[in-house]
Design a protein around this ligand. Structure first.
Ligand SMILES: NC(=O)c1ccc[n+]([C@@H]2O[C@H](COP(=O)([O-])OP(=O)(O)OC[C@H]3O[C@@H](n4cnc5c(N)ncnc54)[C@H](OP(=O)(O)O)[C@@H]3O)[C@@H](O)[C@H]2O)c1
Length: 179
């Protein structure tokens, strides 16, 4: 859900946007409906080398900016393609939400490429909330920002919906409707 909005905002600002998602259906949606330039199905690339090669094909000029939602070998693969002075916005690390460690294979690439890596928590930026709502709301109203929701019915379905997030069963924002 977050990544789909980030890529559309990047496109709106003139960047080349390359998504990374799990499965052909999600990747097709990312390109054909959301308008990203490309989308890599990470499930077709089980290791860093393979994913990094796919990134090289879609980002021949390297990666200038990466919006991190996942961590793990996906981050490792992106770091291998990162340009000098590239930036990483650290939003989430879902690959570690089951409690497993999230090792980094080559953190020295941050040094070698003089990268800027910065974490953030959305609730600490409430001062720009009205501005963001205005931009995002306007884009939704004019059809420039598209989104999908997966809606689970009833509070009893919340645990299963949350576990589904960790397995990629949601398609777009996972909501639980209280009925
Ligand atoms: N910093 C903040 O303030 C803030 C605020 C809100 C959310 N977040 C973070 O932002 C990220 C995205 O949140 P969201 O609500 O937009 O979630 P989401 O993308 O709607 O749902 C999670 C998706 O992550 C993918 N995923 C799950 N386990 C994975 C794994 N081990 N490796 C790779 N991909 C995996 C699955 O997609 P596939 O089917 O494509 O694998 C799943 O559908 C999360 O990490 C969340 O914690 C941060």
């Amino acid at each position: 859900a977050v990544g789909s909005v980030v890529g559309q905002l990047a496109k709106a600002r003139g960047a080349r946007a390359v998504g990374i998602a799990g499965g052909t259906e999600k990747c097709r949606y990312v390109v054909e409906e959301l308008g990203f330039d490309a989308c890599i199905d990470y499930k077709q690339h089980a290791d860093v080398r393979s994913l990094s090669a796919a990134l090289k094909a879609e980002c021949p000029g390297g990666v200038d900016g990466y919006f991190e939602n996942v961590g793990g070998y996906i981050l490792d693969a992106v770091l291998l393609r990162a340009n000098a002075f590239s930036r990483v916005a650290m939003c989430g690390m879902i690959s570690g939400y089951d409690g497993q460690p999230i090792p980094m294979a080559a953190p020295q690439l941050i040094l070698v490429n003089r990268m800027k890596v910065e974490g953030f928590i959305v609730s600490e930026h409430m001062e720009v909330w009205p501005e963001a709502l205005k931009e995002l709301g306007g884009m939704v109203a004019t059809g420039k920002l598209k989104f999908r929701e997966s809606i689970a019915e009833g509070i009893a379905s919340a645990p299963q919906a949350f576990i589904g997030l960790l397995k990629g069963k949601n398609f777009g924002k996972q909501l639980v409707k209280l009925i």
